[in-house]
Design a protein around this ligand. Structure first.
Ligand code: COI
Length: 361
């Protein structure tokens, strides 16, 4: 695999410091973008080439570009954090780079070398360092690496040209309520992914597939949809855009990776953080019946969602056809908040990074 260098063409017209500070004061999620982006091309026979760090700008695509028709696209999400000494670090970027390679394999796309993925993220964060929010708040800089098929033509086949990009967006809480508990609608008919499908790849198609069920969740007054497995419609898989954890007193359980669940970096990190804090942490199967029964009998003490964007968000209310119940009285649970704080402390540099997870820039 070729590893291109990334040539810098800085913006002649970056946002002023005052405009940037106004955005950083209330960034929301995914609404504002920094001054630059990275682009790297891949062409059959030539490999990766033309790495550039250029001003953030629209890209022009022929209407017959294959990604627009057959959705050959993958993406990632990771965050850069401001540390107490003002330096900046990203969280486990190699995990995202490796998952990006797995997603690429699943969608018959070329694999970007792990070091190029990390270098592209680093180059963008270094250039737009002023966009990394101040230490001490909930905010961070969300990085969105992605790759699209850019061959022009309507034949259904793996493309012979691709474009990899990284853009960055200052991010506050994913849910408008911040750490306030979210409500979940358990969809028992629509599924997100099927065995042998691409549920474990981070590709836009999975998110497109989630939108109708997500809209149905909204009509039930819920913030997120929860999917069950596609075969038995019984086993809890994940939410529209994040993984789930169940808390049984001193033990946390997350659905095992069945091939149709996305292997979240936050999900993985929490198995370790929880054990460090003295909890039992395991992967297993949880049915929706068990979820309801154990919540009603009190043995299931808390439920939370987790993901790069969502961090750790408590689940307050759960609804399914014919039933509704509250988790931990509808309040953020103690274990949820403890795990959230422990993970954020590592990410923000206020707790020791004993697992070597932080990538200092
Ligand atoms: C992330 O958590 O990074 C994601 O990609 C999820 C998306 C819903 C924002």
């Amino acid at each position: 695999m070729t590893t291109p260098t990334i040539e810098l063409k800085p913006s002649a017209n970056p946002l002023s410091a005052a405009e940037r500070e106004a955005i950083l004061a209330n960034p929301g999620f995914g609404r504002h973008f920094t001054d630059h982006m990275v682009t790297i091309k891949w062409t059959e026979g030539r490999g990766w080439h033309d790495g550039q760090l250029v001003p953030y700008a629209p890209i022009s695509l022929d209407p017959a570009t294959t990604v627009l028709h057959y959705a050959q696209e993958i993406f990632e999400g990771l965050k850069a954090y401001r540390r107490p000494d003002g330096s900046v670090a990203t969280f486990r970027p190699e995990k995202n780079a490796e998952r990006f390679q797995r997603s690429a394999r699943r969608l018959a796309m070329p694999e970007l070398p792990v070091e190029t993925f990390i270098e592209a993220c680093d180059a963008l964060v270094r250039q737009d360092r002023a966009w990394v929010p101040a230490h001490g708040g909930e905010e961070s800089l969300y990085l969105r690496p992605f790759m699209i098929a850019t061959e022009v033509g309507l034949g259904v086949k793996p493309a012979n040209e691709y474009l990899f990009l990284v853009i960055a967006s200052p991010a506050g809480a994913y849910f408008p309520g911040g750490v306030q508990p979210v409500s979940i609608w358990v969809s028992e008919d629509r599924v997100r992914a099927v065995p042998g499908g691409m549920g474990d790849a981070k590709t836009g198609g999975n998110y497109a597939a989630s939108l109708l069920a997500q809209a149905e969740a909204a009509t039930k007054g819920c913030d997120q949809v929860c999917y069950l497995d596609a075969v038995e419609h019984t086993w809890v898989e994940e939410l529209g855009g994040m993984n789930l954890y169940f808390v049984y007193g001193n033990k946390i359980v997350t659905p095992s990776l069945t091939g149709s669940i996305l292997e979240g970096v936050t999900r993985d990190s929490l198995l370790t953080v929880a054990r460090d804090l003295g909890y039992e942490a395991e992967e297993g199967r949880v049915s929706v019946e068990q979820w309801q029964r154990d919540s009603e009998n009190g043995s299931l003490t808390e439920v939370f969602a987790c993901g790069t964007a969502a961090v750790i968000t408590p689940v307050g209310t759960v609804k399914r056809a014919g039933a509704e119940w509250k988790q931990s009285g509808g309040e953020p649970g103690e274990v949820t908040l403890r795990l959230r704080q422990a993970l954020l402390d590592i990410q923000r540099g206020t707790a020791p990074d004993t697992h070597g997870w932080m990538h200092q820039l």
